[in-house]
Design a protein around this ligand. Structure first.
Ligand SMILES: Cc1cc2nc3c(=O)[nH]c(=O)nc-3n(C[C@H](O)[C@H](O)[C@H](O)COP(=O)(O)OP(=O)(O)OC[C@H]3O[C@@H](n4cnc5c(N)ncnc54)[C@H](O)[C@@H]3O)c2cc1C
Length: 473
């Protein structure tokens, strides 16, 4: 009896459970060949490479427990897939969809290649609650404003049935020419000392994603609606990198949070709406495929951005002299992650007080975040710099001192990442340059020597930004 063979192509769905493509394929064929292809043309940041290496190891171990072997390749997926299907009697070839323009074009080409070879090729949604083309407004177009988008999207999501657990995945294990070991992908670079630090803060992989979700549901979620704004308290789920690599599905999170009796409805609604922002970012990316580079609002093409490499470097290194900004940038460099409230503060500071183009922020974040994500990152930067759809208006300029005093009232977050400021009192922790000379001596922190003086005047640069905005309004 011939066994029916199928290939599942893992991409940003590095999990075995709640994986719609794997589930459908396991019903269709007798044995599955699991593959992963590192496509050098697909954008990936330095810290994400670190995560990917660990995640592939975890996935590969889980597949081995089921007597299979993850086949790993590097190169042009189209060429690799072509060579894989020759003379192998592959009946089906399935994957979960991606939504950036490069992947869409590439995947369409591969799908027609497979169809021309008479291979059953199907693709699925394993990455979003709802795909961009599913959500239409009353006039048949797409939503550009989050609130009505989410109202509609949430209704539809509530009615979706959870994916069933796959009982019987049977993997096929055989030798394949050109298949590589994870190490051959050269994802981690020994010279980048900075990625060495990241491992202390994160444990990638499907099993850890579930543990992280349980910890959130049991210990943090019931304080989420207030706690999510407090960088000094560890009250968000930190599921973003797991979601990015598809080690957990948003639908799984939506359902587990939705049925939990430990979370009141206000906190539930707030948390689920944040998952909605993730979908909304992909909704925007799908409809504005070049939004990683170009502003959604055209008028921002004429914005008089400054060219100041020195200030950009100070921002990247957390040496701007504005404590909450520096703490955020150092948290990012130290841990590969930054609290959402602080992402907004450092983003506003870069694009409005320093008047530097948001694309510099987008690029730096993309390289240094464990959750670097084409959709959420570009949407986040366009939102904070005011040039996106449903963006924070340009004239809303965050005051980092007030933000710090409100969301890090005791300065604990600042002190954690800026030890130079450990001895500064609460009163001055977010504006240490206002301490008298005498106070600076008493607390042992001389501004301009132990910690930088602010690189810009906040009030002056606020006015400068407003004037710059007038030139394009
Ligand atoms: C300038 C800027 C850049 C950003 N870049 C990224 C990025 O590259 N990758 C990324 O995943 N998020 C990005 N975000 C969104 C947000 O900051 C992170 O998703 C969040 O901080 C992740 O932490 P968490 O998992 O603890 O979030 P939680 O508060 O626990 O939220 C749960 C999940 O909801 C989603 N989410 C929450 N807030 C947002 C949001 N504003 N936009 C989109 N999705 C959201 C995330 O998937 C998150 O894991 C960015 C925000 C800004 C302002």
């Amino acid at each position: 009896m011939t066994r029916r063979l199928g290939i599942h192509w893992f991409r940003q769905d590095l999990r075995l459970s709640q994986n719609p493509s794997l589930e459908a394929l396991s019903k269709k064929v007798d044995l599955i060949i699991p593959i992963y292809i590192l496509d050098p043309k697909h954008r990936i940041g330095s810290v994400s490479k670190w995560w990917l290496e660990k995640s592939l190891k975890n996935l590969s171990d889980n597949i081995e427990k089921k007597n299979g072997k993850l086949k790993i390749f590097i190169g042009d997926p189209s060429d690799i897939i072509q060579s894989l299907i020759i003379n192998r009697n592959i009946e089906s070839f399935y994957w979960n969809r991606l939504y950036d323009s490069y992947s869409i074009t590439r995947d369409k080409k591969i799908k027609s290649l497979l169809k021309s070879e008479d291979i059953d090729c199907e693709t699925f949604n394993g990455y979003l609650l709802n795909e961009p083309w599913e959500i239409k407004n009353k006039s048949g177009g797409f939503f550009k404003v989050f609130t009505p988008y989410w109202r509609y999207c949430n209704e539809i999501t509530r009615k979706k049935k959870p994916n069933k657990k796959i009982q019987n995945i049977k993997f096929y294990n055989f030798n394949l020419k050109n298949s590589k070991n994870i190490k051959d992908l050269n994802l981690t670079n020994k010279k980048l000392k900075w990625t060495d630090k990241i491992h202390k803060h994160w444990s990638p992989g499907e099993n850890n994603a579930q543990l992280q979700l349980q910890e959130f549901i049991n210990k943090k979620a019931d304080s989420y609606s207030v706690g999510r704004d407090r960088p000094d308290q560890n009250l968000t789920s930190k599921l973003s990198p797991y979601l990015h690599f598809g080690e957990i599905s948003p639908m799984d999170i939506y359902n587990q949070v939705g049925i939990s009796k430990k979370i009141n409805s206000q906190n539930k609604d707030k948390y689920l709406a944040e998952l909605g922002w993730r979908d909304f970012s992909y909704n925007l990316l799908y409809h504005y495929p070049d939004m990683t580079k170009n502003p959604i609002q055209n008028k921002f093409n004429k914005f008089p951005w400054l060219n100041d490499n020195k200030n950009l470097k100070r921002w990247q290194k957390g040496l701007t002299g504005i404590p909450i900004v520096d703490a955020g940038m150092r948290q990012l460099y130290e841990t590969g992650w930054m609290h959402n409230r602080v992402r907004m503060i450092v983003g506003s500071f870069l694009t409005k007080n320093l008047l530097l183009h948001w694309k510099f922020g987008e690029e730096w974040f993309f390289d240094t975040l464990v959750d670097a994500d084409i959709g959420s990152n570009s949407a986040g930067w366009q939102w904070i710099s005011g040039c996106g759809a449903d963006a924070s208006p340009y004239f809303r300029i965050f005051n980092p001192i007030l933000q710090g005093q409100k969301f890090d009232p005791k300065g604990e977050y600042v002190k954690k990442y800026i030890p130079e400021l450990e001895t500064v009192s609460n009163k001055f922790i977010h504006n240490p340059w206002e301490m008298s000379e005498e106070k600076q001596v008493t607390c042992g922190c001389k501004i301009g020597k132990d910690y930088p003086s602010p690189i810009v005047d906040l009030k002056e640069t606020r006015n400068r930004a407003l004037s710059a905005f007038k030139t394009i309004s």
